[in-house]
Design a protein around this ligand. Structure first.
Ligand code: GLA
Length: 729
């Protein structure tokens, strides 16, 4: 039983294998307080931390200073407007225009097993893996209720949080803010880690000291974005990969978000996460419910490495659903960087022919196969096959590719509409726009107003019709611009503040429909590269395109940031041509292969045109993928050195759960004069086991390899990589 209620002390204790989380109920008014989150407690007597006995400001003792209580008490789910001046989690506006809310304990429910939410991606677990606590709170004045939801995943050390708001009042109410989780703690000299970037430079790790005031990471772009990521971790100062405490939150959501840490006047910190309140106002009718998305919380007292491995295990076990999640993905070749828009059936078949001879298993036809799509200025929305390019039609092409023994995959961008498209000429009101104002273009396209059922149905049918027409086994679902000019031709004025969230729900609904109708489809999400790489999308697709930057060296940083939270099995990574199309860098083909091996692995180049010596290496790389993918996909990830930090070399490893096998990747970015070799202390091995290193004489104990390390001869030149493969003797 991982959830206990201690009636006498009025405490709930949530336990996972290595962590505990304690919530208390205090005072006659039954405020819900946060007592503890951290290393596992055997003893539950932590209620004294709420300082109820010596707190002179508890309202029942001293209502004169209620505000002092509200503004300092460690709250489990703080509401806005009555005297807690820190960032609140929930805010409303009544029909009379009033704000202010106090959510106090009413009752609770404990159940075993967890199902996902009805219309939102969220975690799941069996009765053996997971227990759920729901605490019902109520605001007596308005009748508004909030059910605080906790999923306790004992096996993987994760606690999920969310909230369902129910309007039990007689009148509608506007929700102007609904966050999903809050963590009130004392400041342990925390540093906040977050992920930032831009197009082609996603998820770069940043760390800043937490100081007084508010520090937030947020997106109001309608998607989780290239620029910021719905993640924050507070780590104790000087915490490393192996040591120190870490409190992390990650949002299972693909739209506007905010995560914030605030240090207050008493050096307490409050960390909150949820849907971004900017331009958000949800009209909740009497008796209606609003389900907020889920937050995944991880606590580690063994540094960032442990946090990483916990997230990886959790997503692999409790969020990703695809039948591919524990399977090798077919090695694909995508024609985007090979041809851009300039291709036809013959060209694609010539790529497929050559690729199949080299062991590549799937051809993916990217952008440009439909309507009048000869460049990126037109035709989004016109999802009918361009038979000038694809002579003989799509089915003919797919059949020909299948005859070569290869699978076939296709690209879509179903959420978009080009002004120069038949669809737009027929339905200009289908684009998201503010009536009376010309909407801003981005890549010469608008976003479809998917909040409208008929628009959603049209977009879905376009995709489904194509998939029904031929043996298509993979879809790359792209989204190449962010939302702006928020307006819908159908939503009433007082519901316009629902558009951003309704848009995300619509995308989820479409993807759910897709995987229900095509359960064996391999879906890869994408957004101009990695702008919608988030746990929400992972619920629908087991892999997401990491970045449009395929340069092996840039990828080291992007993949380090991504792998900080996401399993390697989810990171779309390809070997591409050189000079690299984004940065113009030339790197060895071999190194490009090593770096792509840390993801789904595939190719993005014209295999008929690359240098002969590169082409000759492809069968070796294919064999390498088949040899290591089970380990890479299912193993434990260890970060050993970071090029982003040392500007010099990178090293990470994956160790099998039984510690019988390990693979370390070393990439020397820039060589240094007079350096002959370096010592690398390996991580994650069993100190008691004896290992051999492939290609070398001798055996070594795990202890020696981890404490003393191995010697790596410095390669001659820049951008050189090396794999170190260990097996137990
Ligand atoms: C986005 C994707 C690319 C490619 C192009 C096609 O940028 O990230 O991989 O599919 O769109 O337009």
């Amino acid at each position: 039983m991982s959830i206990s209620l201690y009636e006498k002390e009025q405490l709930f204790k949530l336990d996972t294998k290595n962590t505990s989380y304690v919530i208390g109920i205090v005072d006659e008014e039954k405020f819900l307080g946060h007592v503890y989150y951290g290393a596992k407690l055997k003893d539950h007597h932590a209620g004294y931390l709420m300082r109820v006995n010596e707190n002179p400001f508890v309202p029942s003792k001293n209502n004169r200073d209620r505000v002092s209580f509200l503004d300092s008490f460690a709250m489990e789910y703080p509401a806005h407007g009555l005297g807690d001046y820190r960032e609140s989690c929930i805010s409303i506006r009544t029909m009379q225009g009033n704000v202010g809310l106090s959510l106090n304990y009413v009752s609770h429910k404990i159940t075993e097993g967890k199902t996902s939410f009805r219309n939102l991606p969220s975690s799941f677990g069996s009765r053996e893996d997971c227990s759920v606590l729901e605490i019902l709170c109520e605001d007596k004045t308005t009748g508004l209720q909030a059910v605080l939801q906790y999923g306790v995943f004992e096996d993987v050390d994760v606690i999920t949080r969310s909230v369902k708001v129910i309007n039990e009042g007689e009148e509608p109410v506007y929700l102007t803010k609904v966050y999903s989780a809050c963590l009130d703690m004392d400041n342990k000299d925390f540093e906040a880690i977050s992920l930032h970037g831009s197009w082609a430079r996603e998820r770069q790790i940043q760390s800043v000291p937490v100081s007084h005031g508010k520090y937030s990471v947020e997106s109001i772009r309608g998607e989780s974005s290239h620029q910021d990521h719905p993640f924050m971790a507070l780590k104790t100062k000087n915490a490393t990969q192996e040591t120190g405490e870490v409190y992390a939150m990650h949002f299972v959501y693909s739209g506007n978000f905010k995560v914030q840490v605030q240090a207050d006047q008493f050096d307490q910190v409050r960390m909150v996460m949820g849907i971004h309140p900017t331009d958000f106002a949800w009209r909740l009718e009497s008796k209606e419910e609003f389900q907020a998305p889920e937050v995944v919380m991880v606590y580690s007292d063994k540094g960032l490495g442990q946090m990483t491995r916990t997230f990886h295990d959790f997503y692999r076990k409790h969020l990703i659903r695809s039948e591919y999640k524990n399977k090798k993905r077919p090695i694909l070749i995508n024609n985007w960087e090979a041809t851009y828009f300039d291709f036809n059936t013959d060209k694609l078949i010539s790529i497929a022919k050559q690729a199949s001879e080299l062991g590549i298993e799937m051809l993916v036809m990217d952008d440009g196969w439909f309507g009048n799509r000869y460049d990126d200025n037109r035709a989004l929305g016109d999802w009918f096959v361009n038979e000038e390019k694809l002579k003989g039609g799509l089915k003919y092409l797919v059949d020909e590719v299948n005859k070569l023994g290869m699978k076939f995959g296709i690209w879509f961008e179903p959420e978009m509409i080009s002004p120069d498209s038949d669809l737009y000429r027929e339905h200009p009101d289908w684009a998201i726009a503010i009536p009376g104002r010309e909407a801003s273009l981005c890549r010469n396209q608008y976003v479809l107003d998917l909040t409208r059922q008929k628009v959603r149905d049209y977009a879905y049918e376009c995709v489904a019709k194509i998939l029904r027409s031929a043996n298509i086994e993979y879809v790359k679902w792209d989204m190449n611009r962010q939302l702006s000019d928020i307006g819908s031709a159908e939503l009433p004025a007082d519901r316009m503040g629902e558009l951003y969230h309704r848009y995300v729900l619509a995308v989820y609904e479409m993807q759910e429909r897709l995987i229900q109708e095509f359960p064996h489809l391999l879906l890869e999400n994408c957004s101009g590269g990695g702008a919608r790489f988030d746990p929400g999308m992972l619920y629908f697709s087991p892999q997401i395109w990491c970045s449009d930057d395929t340069d092996a060296i840039e990828r080291l940083k992007i993949q380090e940031g991504t792998a900080l939270i996401y399993p390697l099995s989810s990171m779309g990574a390809h070997v591409s041509d050189c000079p690299n199309h984004t940065v113009g860098r030339v790197t060895p083909f071999e190194t490009r292969g090593y770096v792509a091996l840390a993801g789904t692995f595939g190719y993005e180049l014209d295999v008929t045109k690359i240098p002969e010596e590169d082409r000759e290496m492809i069968p070796e790389q294919v064999a390498m993928y088949h040899k290591y993918n089970d380990l890479v996909r299912e193993g434990d990830y260890y970060r050993i050195a970071s090029y982003a930090e040392n500007h010099y070399f990178d090293c990470y490893g994956v160790v099998s759960k039984d510690k019988k096998e390990a693979l370390y990747t070393f990439v020397q970015v820039l060589n240094r004069p007079n350096y002959h070799s370096r010592r690398l202390q390996l991580k994650g091995l069993d100190p008691e086991k004896v290992y051999e290193i492939e290609g070398e004489e001798g055996t070594y104990t795990g202890e020696i390899l981890m404490k003393a390390g191995i010697n790596i001869q410095n390669p001659w030149g820049d951008f050189k990589g090396k794999l170190i493969h260990l097996t137990e003797v």
